[in-house]
Design a protein around this ligand. Structure first.
Ligand code: FMN
Length: 416
């Protein structure tokens, strides 16, 4: 069991903080599908940015599942300490420090992963933040600034000495950004060097990969980022695999594929979509009060249409509903893509099973059919995405998702 201060996590797979993605609705979705912990998107420590819409939306939500973790990014120790206090006073139960972000606008101010270049400053920031709050402070890093200056092990030791309570390591340098292979060896070396829990991060996109990385690195947990986009079910699959050590890889893979395409999945996607609209809509209604609440439980009857703006409130609501529409487009198109991938995997697997039983002639014919199937499905998904991206109301988006899954059932691509 992973322990972070007073919080015992009920699993070994957590959601990575991702700006523009891990908002409250997506965090809730991932907790529902088995993530043991989720972290809000990074929040600037500069107090001048506190009252922007972006910062207010990034505060933790009282309805976030515990422990409520928030990430801060910045460059000055005193400012970071003050930002941590501010976040705790607004409900954060864990403060995570970002020393992993490779973005230019963050790194040019010696924040995010750029801090890794200055170990003295790292130590100053960590001491200041840990000393400023009563809640656990955690750290997220890369393996170093570039391949000539990999210092993840030194940073991990500094972190432990400063009182950091868990560490997530994205196994790439800042210079590598998101390219090249993940250095699971370096993550393993970090695990060896410290006693605090370590989360291995980078390119983990399946339950099998999660187990392989855990076994290889000896890490306490895995942190999943892009692998959860359109596929939050990855957390449940990882939990299932880790809780069933006797499950063979092949059997588990088959189970994973089936798990992805069920009516439960469609229901959760619809719930996620409704939640996006409620969250951003309520945020506007609360006139920038810092904690958007979760009041509306209806879905199809919510009036969130963008087309007619009558009155001031509605006009303002429109602005934020537009934001909800855009955010929904991103997530729902990922769901469409992942569903396609799962259907294709399933078909490929069926074909592999038949392969050894068939004659060569039958196999050639089967692979032609599969090629046509792939083309048909890709065409369908592209059309579904294009159409979805033209819709501008919650109701229309919900109807389209229902239609999408209905069509897949009609064509026999997924079970009714
Ligand atoms: C769109 C996007 C936004 C991200 N935002 C953050 C962030 O706010 N804070 C952070 O520490 N890392 C951020 N990351 C990095 C991820 O947390 C993670 O370390 C990285 O994506 C590698 O993990 P993955 O291969 O599982 O995606 C972001 C990554 C992506 C793709």
């Amino acid at each position: 069991m992973i322990q972070i201060g007073p919080y015992q996590l009920n699993g070994r797979a957590v959601l990575a903080p991702m700006a523009g993605i891990t908002d409250f609705p997506f965090r809730q979705m991932c907790r529902q599908t088995g993530a043991a912990m989720v972290t809000a998107e990074m929040s600037a420590s500069n107090p001048a940015l506190r009252n922007t819409r972006k910062s207010l939306l990034r505060l933790t939500n009282p309805d976030d599942a515990e422990p409520r973790a928030v990430q801060i990014v910045g460059t000055e120790a005193a400012q970071m300490a003050e930002a941590a206090r501010y976040q705790v006073s607004h409900g954060a139960q864990i403060v995570d420090i970002n020393m992993g972000c490779p973005a230019k606008k963050v790194c040019k101010k010696l924040a995010g992963s750029a801090l890794l270049k200055d170990e003295k400053l790292v130590s100053e920031i960590l001491n200041a933040v840990v000393g400023s709050v009563d809640v656990p402070v955690t750290l997220k890093i890369r393996t170093g600034w570039d391949t000539d200056s990999k210092n993840a092990v030194q940073i991990a030791r500094i972190a432990q000495d400063c009182g950091i309570q868990s560490l997530a390591v994205h196994g790439r340098t800042r210079a590598c950004r998101y390219h090249g292979s993940v250095e699971y060896d370096t993550i393993g070396a970090v695990v060896q060097a410290v006693d605090i829990p370590v989360f291995a991060n980078g390119d983990i996109t399946s339950a099998i990969k999660a187990k392989t990385v855990l076994d290889y690195t000896g890490a306490d947990g895995v942190m999943i980022g892009r692998g959860a986009q359109g596929n939050p079910w990855i957390f449940r699959e990882i939990n299932d695999l880790l809780n069933n050590p006797n499950a063979s890889s092949e059997l588990f893979t088959a189970k994973s594929l089936n798990l992805g395409i069920t009516s439960g999945k469609e229901r959760l996607i619809m719930e996620h979509l409704r939640h996006i609209h409620r969250y951003y809509g309520d945020f506007e209604e609360s006139s920038f009060k810092q904690t958007p609440s979760n009041t509306s439980t209806s879905g199809l009857n919510d009036d969130l249409d963008l087309s007619g703006n009558t009155g001031n409130k509605k006009q303002n609501a429109g602005i934020h509903t537009e934001l909800a529409v855009r955010i929904a487009r991103k997530h729902i198109c990922w769901y469409f893509e992942q569903t396609l991938q799962q259907i294709l995997n399933q078909q490929q697997q069926n074909q592999n099973t038949e392969y050894t039983k068939n004659t060569e002639k039958e196999n050639i014919a089967d692979s032609r059919v599969l090629d046509q199937e792939v083309k048909r499905l890709i065409g369908n998904i592209e059309t579904a995405k294009k159409r979805f991206n033209q819709l501008s109301s919650c109701n229309a988006q919900l109807e389209h998702v229902a239609h999408f899954f209905g069509e897949l059932q009609t064509t026999g691509d997924i079970a009714a």
